[in-house]
Design a protein around this ligand. Structure first.
Ligand SMILES: [Zn+2]
Ligand SMILES: [Zn+2]
Length: 452
């Protein structure tokens, strides 16, 4: 699959649209992450999610193609900071309607992240082993343990030999990394949402050590679990800018980094009447933060009638099934096996969706010729011709933005169908947004159609 041409296109092609909005100017936000965490806002979001669910219409997939919900960048039993296990992941994949998981073990030699790890169908869910290593999601087809010291393009070629896949990961840390030779890159990363929002972490720490806010938070996680986990979700501007720059040169498959570890189980443990430990399910006691009633007076009320060592609170934010609903990469492939999923990802036959907002399954984006016949889908190249149109079909009316090399070239609101007459070559990608609690939030990111 690495022989697929990744031809160069002119970066000048889209200068025509230079005055329009860019990918870096998304729809404005209305609420801060901390505001989104309040019970009132969570409830309002939930009401809207339920309304959208009732409006959703099934879209049949194209003949011979299935829409598989896949999870890339997933951790289980692979480090001291990972809380979840493979059997737990499998059970949660079934619960969340996930078809395939592409694991990304933290590299810990001499353990091999290919040989000996889960591979193939397990109870109907396809597992493909891989690693998060050297700043990449690496999915070679066989063990490369003896060649892990290779650097730069030598490492990239080692991974991509024989249908291996490699995606740039945590793009915010490597904005200038070359993209030529890569399969693609993460265009969304759940972990980055958390990293760029230290304010919410501090707010959570304060809520967890005060009885009334703690009771509200427990209620929020019980009633609105998806909404709580997604409260930090923001437009991944840095990732998308990198992608838009990269696809001026080469085809690059955009994928979602779920980055799930099941390690966001927040725990408050009693030390004595005036002292508690605050941490997560992967923290040993000596790694937890010690807080006293001098700083958080509510601690005295929390410890009343309890004994040292007691757990005073335990809030599970990220069981795998909830992380899987939060963000996924939908892969359009003829069947559910490793070669078919690899091939579809290599070709960019995929889109990223936040399915907790509404199941995006069936979403279509592609090119149609003058007769209305579909000539290309996401990730494909198509020749510019008279009457060429880009078309999209969505399971719900949405706000749609069409971007060419990062410039917004068209938009529409409140429709399930989208059409755009193409007059210029370029890499065209589409975003769909849904309004929740009066706020537009990104829902779908389509891989580009490359008009040559
Ligand atoms: Zn990790
Ligand atoms: Zn990771």
């Amino acid at each position: 699959m690495n022989t697929l041409s990744r031809r160069f296109v002119s970066p000048l092609a889209c200068l025509l649209f230079a005055s329009a909005a860019t990918a870096a100017d998304p729809l404005p936000r209305k609420h801060s992450n901390i505001e989104r965490l309040s019970l009132a806002h969570l409830a309002a979001v939930h009401v809207d999610v339920e309304k959208l669910k009732a409006q959703r219409v099934d879209i049949p997939t194209r003949p011979g193609v299935h829409d598989y919900r896949c999870i890339l960048h997933a951790h289980a039993g692979d480090s001291a900071h990972t809380g979840g296990t493979l059997p737990e992941m499998l059970a949660d994949a079934k619960k969340a309607g996930v078809h395939a998981i592409l694991l990304t073990d933290h590299y810990r030699p001499p353990a091999d992240f290919i040989d000996g790890r889960w591979r193939g169908l397990k109870d109907g869910v396809l597992f493909i082993p891989g690693a998060e290593v050297h700043g990449f999601l690496a999915y070679p087809t066989r063990s490369i343990l003896q060649r892990m010291d290779l650097k730069g393009s030598d490492f990239v070629h080692t991974v991509t030999a024989d249908d291996g896949l490699i995606f740039l990961s945590h793009t915010e840390e490597r904005k200038d990394h070359p993209v030529v030779g890569l399969t693609g890159l993460e265009i969304y990363n759940r972990h980055w949402d958390a990293k760029r929002d230290p304010g919410s972490i501090v707010a959570l720490g304060l809520m967890l050590t005060d009885p009334k806010p703690l009771a509200d938070l427990e209620k929020a996680v019980r009633l609105y679990p998806d909404e709580v986990l997604a409260s930090q979700c923001d437009y991944p501007d840095v990732y998308l800018t990198k992608w838009d720059e990269g696809t001026k040169q080469v085809r690059l498959t955009g994928v979602a980094a779920n980055d799930c570890h099941h390690n966001q189980v927040f725990i408050v443990k009693m030390v004595d009447a005036e002292t508690v430990l605050l941490g997560t399910n992967v923290d040993a006691d000596d790694k937890m933060r010690k807080l006293t009633a001098g700083f958080r007076p509510g601690i005295k009320e929390m410890t009343r009638g309890r004994k040292p060592g007691d757990g005073l609170a335990r809030l599970d934010f990220d069981p795998y099934y909830r992380s899987f609903r939060n963000s996924a990469t939908h892969v359009l492939a003829p069947k559910l096996d490793e070669p078919a999923i690899r091939s579809a990802l290599q070709a960019g036959h995929a889109y990223v969706a936040h399915d907790w907002m509404c199941d995006a399954t069936g979403f279509r984006f592609g090119a149609a010729d003058v007769k209305g016949e579909t000539t290309a889908g996401m990730g494909d190249e198509v020749k510019l011709s008279a009457g060429l149109k880009l078309t999209a079909r969505l399971p719900l009316p949405a706000y749609v933005r069409l971007l060419c090399h990062g410039q917004e070239v068209a938009k529409s609101e409140g429709k399930t169908e989208f059409e755009y007459a193409v007059t210029q070559p370029g890499a065209y990608r589409l975003e769909a947004w849904l309004k929740l609690d009066g706020e537009w939030r990104p829902w779908i990111f389509a891989n580009p159609v490359y008009v040559r």
